[in-house]
Design a protein around this ligand. Structure first.
Ligand code: DAH
Length: 359
């Protein structure tokens, strides 16, 4: 092919490349530069030429090959950019479109109760803490004044892990973690910034029926400071229960009880009507949570001098108060992930639990 035919080949190729779509561009590349391509065929003729002619022709062909390779790459880039643009346009999500109710999720009642508890106690100046699901024996039992052969350990149907750790049977070990941390920071003790925390979280016991699940949720509460009394405990818990059950006149009763980690210990009951299930009405009492003044041994175990600092603690089962508040009969429904159930018992995600609105 004479030299000016290479110009023709280049001109024609450039026209076709400029007009190619994604598929025809690949076909063009093969027909020009592929094993049997036009330019490849020209390159193959070099071997039969005498050295001078080969040198001149080779240089021209190399230029042509470079120009075509570049034209193909540029066209490919243009096509790819256009393809991306059209995908972006086609897959655009209109975030301002109204929610389609049939696909909208809902806040699970357990999460909602946790948020409500957090809202109530944050208004009282409590911070929210958490701790690990896997605990050591000391945090979960011993430091809480539950001795090695104490019946409370058996009461709790503990899941033991290889290595002696446990799945925490209650949120109370976070009391220990918090007090240890507090006692270690000398400034906290010196300035006596009180501890005021709630600890919502998962807990585990080998137990399974309509009212017990091997995994369930509790919220712990802990207040430590100078001169904390049973009066503070009662005030906080009465306010909490009245806000949570949305009833400013809810009857609340404190009944002497026993927990190893508190002294004195109290079970807290609310008034209800056993027959109708109505909370705050009738003359029956329903046990809601455990509480008490932190046992001096527990304070001492955490390096806190019980003669100087006192406090109260409580523990409440989240499933239980959620079932009571919303009339949910079977605890297992919480964990079945049935969207029909969630649609009925769940909460709109755009109306968060805010105390000033009431729940
Ligand atoms: N840890 C107890 C339980 O799981 C609940 C509890 C009772 C926690 C009294 C407390 C408390 O902090 O003071 O059964």
């Amino acid at each position: 092919m004479p030299a000016n035919d290479l110009n023709l080949l280049q001109a024609q190729a450039e026209l076709k490349i400029a007009a190619a779509d994604s598929d025809t561009l690949e076909e063009l590349r093969v027909s020009l530069l592929g094993k049997n391509g036009a330019i490849t065929a020209e390159l193959k003729t070099l071997g039969a030429m005498d050295p001078d002619a080969r040198k001149a022709r080779g240089a021209e062909l190399n230029v042509l090959k470079t120009v075509i390779t570049q034209a193909l790459a540029e066209r490919r880039a243009v096509l790819d950019a256009a393809a991306l643009e059209s995908r972006l346009a086609a897959e655009r999500i209109d975030v301002t479109a109204p929610v389609r109710p049939e696909i909208a999720g809902a806040i699970h009642p357990i999460s909602r109760t946790t948020e409500e508890i957090a809202a109530i106690f944050s208004a009282m100046g409590f911070a929210i803490k958490d701790g690990p699901d896997i605990e050591n024996d000391w945090n979960n039992f011993s430091a809480l004044n539950i001795a090695a052969h104490h019946p409370a350990r058996a009461m709790m149907d503990t899941f033991y892990l290889q290595g002696g750790e446990v799945l925490r049977t209650h949120t109370s070990p976070v009391q220990i973690r918090t007090m240890l941390e507090w006692a270690r920071s000398q400034t906290a003790q010196a300035t006596a910034q009180p501890i005021r925390i709630i600890v919502p979280g998962r807990t585990f016991r080998a137990d399974h029926d309509a009212t017990h699940s091997p995994m369930f949720h509790q919220t712990e509460g802990l207040v430590i400071g100078r001169g904390i009394t049973l009066g503070h405990l009662k005030g906080c818990l009465i306010d909490f229960l009245r806000a949570f059950f949305d009833n400013p006149a809810l009857p609340v009763r404190f009944r002497a009880s026993y927990f190893p980690f508190t002294e004195p210990s109290m079970e807290v009951d609310i008034g209800w009507n056993r027959k109708t299930g109505e909370i705050g009405a009738g003359s029956d009492w329903l046990e809601i949570l455990g509480s008490g003044m932190v046992h001096p041994n527990v304070l001492a175990n955490c390096g806190i001098d019980p003669r100087e600092f006192q406090g109260f603690a409580f523990g409440v089962g989240i499933e239980r108060i959620t079932m009571l508040k919303h009339g949910i009969a079977d605890l297992r429904l919480f964990y079945e992930s049935d969207v029909r159930w969630l649609r009925h018992y769940g909460f709109a995600s755009l109306s968060p639990a805010m105390l000033h609105e009431g729940f």
